[in-house]
Design a binder for this molecule. Structure first.
Ligand code: 2IP
Ligand code: CA
Ligand code: CA
Length: 371
């Protein structure tokens, strides 16, 4: 089976399997005793690490050529409450996985067993669109970035009822996303992306959470996606982090009229551009990483958009270079940096759908001193 179809059709990295008690734990509110709160925090952090391990395990099994090239944000070392280090992984049987998880979640045996059952569950998606895709990408040319949960703070906070403003939900559970991106090992270009929205909405009848996912492939001359490119707005809407500073806001304000929007989650803000809820996402600092941007960037490229390094683009522009700025790549660590910072998207980024909006954003930001 082709890699693209398989990435989409294999077990979904959904946080919420059908089992109601497990599901309740994952989204449980912060009510109850301190002990409960601590357990929930551990449980959610464990889910974060475990999702990455499940994806790594499944992909590596299906495509041995990818083994050693599947990277993620999380380390699989997890400290339990006794201070011991547990290496979280998918074991050969649900029983072994449950036993391993229990060493973190003790004494919550039921939670450990439900989680292990979810990990070992085989989910086959009937995605007619993906099934009809005839594209073969050699797995040995690719590598993977995974962010098992983006917008962790919102995930842990668990706020369910944040009202959208012009279609963009500024905070809350719905900005917690699972991001899986594949890039070309040689060039670093993003090739394939999947964004899973586990908390997309409540089913109106059952009141259970429903997820949805989006995918895109940009490989050679092939551009395919589960979505259609959104049309450009005459006056662009730019989405920003709430942490974005005054000078950037002031420079972009006039460009957008009253349409500066704010949202949590780097992945969610890129998704807003993908879905046409915003025309661009601007970030002026290196506070996102390869695992945040790779998957949404691949989908943007599949739809005709992209993502560029902001500082580099402004520098080239100021030096009189009028060619389109180079797109972000995912195989180049930051020289001299250590830890997660090696994979920071240094100097910020602009994600866009339509090149004229990228151009307008860069023109507006070129006036900001210090950028
Ligand atoms: C975070 C997360 C944050 C985002 C930050 C990312 O990833 O997406 O929400 O900040 O840049 O690195 P902001 O919400 O201000 O855009 P994670 O949640 O995976 O740590
Ligand atoms: Ca992230
Ligand atoms: Ca994360």
């Amino acid at each position: 089976m082709a890699l693209g179809a398989t990435l989409g059709a294999r077990r979904r990295p959904r946080l919420c399997p059908a089992e109601e008690p497990l599901f309740q734990l994952l989204v449980a509110e912060k009510s109850g005793t301190d002990k409960n709160r601590r357990f929930l925090r551990d449980f959610k952090t464990l889910a974060d690490v475990l999702i990455q391990e499940v994806i790594k395990h499944d992909l590596g099994k299906e495509f041995p050529e990818l083994q050693g090239h599947i990277h993620g944000e999380e380390s699989n070392e997890f400290k339990n409450r006794q201070g011991d280090t547990v290496v979280v992984r998918v074991c050969d049987t649900p029983g072994d996985t449950a036993a391993l998880l229990l060493s973190v979640l003790e004494p919550e045996r039921e939670a450990a067993e439900l989680l292990a059952a979810a990990v070992h569950q085989d989910v086959t998606l009937g995605d007619a669109e993906l099934a009809s895709v005839e594209l073969s990408i050699p797995p040995q040319d690719l590598a993977i970035w995974i962010d098992p949960i983006d917008s962790t703070n919102e995930y842990i906070g668990g706020h369910e009822d944040v009202a959208p403003i012009d279609g963009i939900t500024p905070a809350g559970l719905c900005s917690a996303l699972v991001l899986i991106g594949a890039y070309d090992r040689q060039t670093g270009c993003p090739v394939l992306g999947i964004i899973n929205e586990p908390f997309y909405r409540r089913d109106p009848l059952t009141h259970r959470w429903q997820g949805r996912y989006h995918w895109g492939v940009a490989y050679g001359d092939t551009q395919l996606s589960s979505l259609n490119p959104p049309p450009p707005r005459p006056t662009p809407c730019v989405v920003l982090s709430r942490a974005e500073g005054g000078p950037v806001r002031a420079a972009l304000g006039p460009l957008c009229g009253d349409r500066l929007c704010f949202a949590a989650g780097a992945g969610y803000k890129m998704l807003c551009v993908i879905l046409g809820l915003a025309d661009a996402y601007v970030l002026s600092e290196g506070s996102t990483f390869t695992w945040d941007a790779c998957a949404p960037h691949a989908i943007l490229r599949a739809l005709g958009g992209g993502a560029v390094a902001l500082a580099g683009a402004l520098q080239a522009r100021r030096a009189g270079d009028t060619s389109p700025p180079p797109e972000l790549v995912y195989n180049r660590p930051v020289q001299g940096a250590v830890g997660a910072k090696r994979w920071a998207n240094q100097g910020g980024l602009v994600a866009y759908m339509h090149p004229q909006h990228l151009e307008a954003v860069l023109a507006a930001l070129a006036t900001v001193p210090g950028l």
